[in-house]
Every structure is written in structure tokens, then in C-alpha cells.
Design a protein around this ligand. Structure first.
Ligand code: SAM
Length: 285
């Protein structure tokens, strides 16, 4: 059982010669999100939530996680970095896709849940009896998901389960499962398909899977090419992050098909970086 999104042993100990890289690493060290990235080369539930909720929080208060004004680099990351903008947009696309699928009495799961913002941001006022399950391998993240749930007080029951995404050991349990931010850390295509297979087994017949993926860089249509260049430099040379496992739509369709899903829709963000898929579990002949 491995947490694959964070906790990677940080930067290599080889002597870094490039003064620009060293200068930027010091800039990352000046704010909490940056320090987490330097130390983990990825994002846990807490910092993913911080990035996703930035449009409604930090962009409004103009204050960083420690209450201080944003540094120039943190502002750039949260307000201009193409992949961060894409996941903020994708988060809202997920919400718009999931909301109309809700029915009274449904069981929903988020895997990996992180702080479960995806399910907790839905409106349950007209769908009584819904039950949520937050599944994550990181116990600290699950505690934060529970705090998030208690703070928001939605009219739904929720449980919090520590499980590895590849060892769900659940059969036909949920009507709908959402997943963002795990496959992007999985290099091996078969292992990624295996994750989708675990999800298919855990869904009820006709169950729905809402899942995102990152497309290959040559397909991106970011508005400013200098922002893409800067992102590439930051996330390859300065903080070589691990969320770099990209796949195109046809590969993702193939993987989902192999795992037992039929793709219903693929919805792209405006930069074509972080699409959201709605797929349905198909009956096996
Ligand atoms: C990038 S965050 C995404 C969280 C959430 N889906 C979101 O979009 O806000 C990745 C999450 O995956 C969890 N994780 C990493 N490896 C896992 C595994 N093998 N099984 C289950 N969860 C895992 C981490 O603890 C973390 O909460």
C-alpha cells in the first residue's frame, strides 16, 4: 500500500548548478504551498483543496494560507499557471456533471477523496437519503475530510474509509464514484487500467464513474505560451512534480473500456488540459 501523490523524497542531492533554479527553489520556500511542493513533489488532499477552492477563497481575500499577502510566485501559480487553472475549471465541470446525476437514496464515493470537496460541493436539498463515502489512503487527509464535512453540515450521511485504491475489496456498493488526482501519478498504463477495474467492481450495475485525466502537452491550448514555458520550467527543473502521467482521450477510452465502462461524455476545460469523463459500468455478457 503506497500513497502515490505525495511524500516522494524530495529533490536530488546532486549539486544544483543553475542559479535560476536555486533562486526559484528559495521562492518556493517562501510560502506554505511552495514548501509542501518542494518537500513532496506532489499534492495531498489539503493542498489540492487549497488550489481548487482558491477562486472562492484566496482570490477573494487576497491572503495566502498563513494569512500573509501572496508572494509573486504563489500568485502566479494560483492565478496563472495553466495546469492549476485547468484543475480549478475541471473541479467546477465535475460539479456540473455530477449534480444532475443525483437521485434520492444514492450511495456516492470519492476516491481518492482528499477533502471530498467534489461531493461536498453538491446540492442535496432535493435528493434525500444520499450517503457519501470518502476513501483515501492517507489518514490525516481523511480526518480533514471529516472536518470539512462537519463544517459544511450537508443533509447527507458520510463515512470515511482508509483504503488503497487498488485494494478496494468492494463489490457493487456505490451508484456513483468520482475520482480526480490519482491516475495522474500512475505511470504504468496497465496499473491505471487496474485502478479503473477496481472501481468498476465497486460500482453497482449501471453505476457511474466520473473521472479526470491530464492530456499530453502537445494537445494543450493555453492562452499564453510564455505561461506554459514557465510552468514547464518550474515543474520540470525547479520542483520536478510527479503528477506528470498524461494520457490522451483515446487511450483513456480504451482503458475504461477494458475495465468495463462505456464512456458517456468527455468534457474538456478551455485549455484542453484536464478533461472530465462520465462513464457507465456495462454489464458483462
Ligand atoms: C491530488 S490529491 C486529490 C484529492 C481529491 N480527489 C481532490 O481532487 O481534491 C491525491 C489524493 O490521493 C490520495 N492517495 C494517494 N495514493 C493513494 C492510494 N494508493 N489509494 C488511495 N488514495 C491515495 C492522497 O492521500 C491524496 O488525498
Amino acid at each position: 500500500m503506497d500513497i502515490i501523490s505525495h511524500g516522494h523524497k524530495a529533490l536530488s542531492t546532486k549539486v544544483e548548478a543553475d542559479p535560476e533554479v536555486l533562486r526559484l527553489r528559495r521562492e518556493f520556500d517562501d510560502f506554505q504551498l511552495g514548501r509542501f511542493l518542494l518537500e513532496n513533489l506532489g499534492l495531498n488532499g489539503h493542498w489540492t483543496s487549497y488550489v481548487l477552492m482558491h477562486p472562492e477563497r484566496g482570490r477573494v481575500t487576497n491572503l495566502s494560507s498563513d494569512g500573509a499577502p501572496f508572494t509573486e510566485l504563489e500568485s502566479w501559480l494560483l492565478d496563472r499557471c495553466p495546469i492549476f487553472l485547468a484543475t480549478q475549471e475541471r473541479f467546477r465541470i465535475f460539479r456540473d456533471l455530477t449534480q444532475p446525476l443525483l437521485r434520492p437514496g444514492m450511495s456516492l464515493a470519492s476516491l481518492p477523496a482528499g477533502l471530498m470537496d467534489d461531493l461536498l460541493s453538491l446540492d442535496y436539498s432535493t435528493t434525500p437519503g444520499v450517503e457519501l463515502t470518502a476513501i483515501d489512503l492517507d489518514p490525516h487527509t481523511l480526518r480533514e475530510a471529516e472536518e470539512n464535512y462537519r463544517g459544511l453540515r450537508p443533509p447527507v450521511e458520510a463515512s470515511f474509509e482508509r483504503r488503497d485504491a487498488w485494494q478496494l475489496s468492494s463489490s457493487e456498493r456505490w451508484d456513483l464514484l468520482t475520482s480526480n488526482g490519482l491516475n495522474i501519478y500512475v505511470q504504468d498504463d496497465d496499473r491505471c487500467t487496474d485502478f479503473y477495474r477496481n472501481v468498476a467492481a465497486a460500482l453497482k450495475p449501471d453505476g457511474i464513474f466520473v473521472v479526470s485525466f491530464i492530456t499530453p502537452p502537445e494537445q494543450w491550448t493555453a492562452k499564453a505560451s510564455q505561461d506554459l514555458d514557465y510552468q514547464r520550467f518550474l515543474f520540470k527543473e525547479v520542483v520536478p512534480v510527479k503528477w506528470s502521467c498524461v494520457r490522451d482521450e483515446s487511450k483513456t477510452r480504451e482503458q475504461l473500456g477494458t475495465a468495463g465502462f462505456e464512456v458517456v461524455t468527455v468534457s474538456y476545460d478551455s485549455q484542453r488540459m484536464f478533461p472530465a469523463v462520465v462513464a457507465k459500468k456495462v454489464k458483462r455478457g
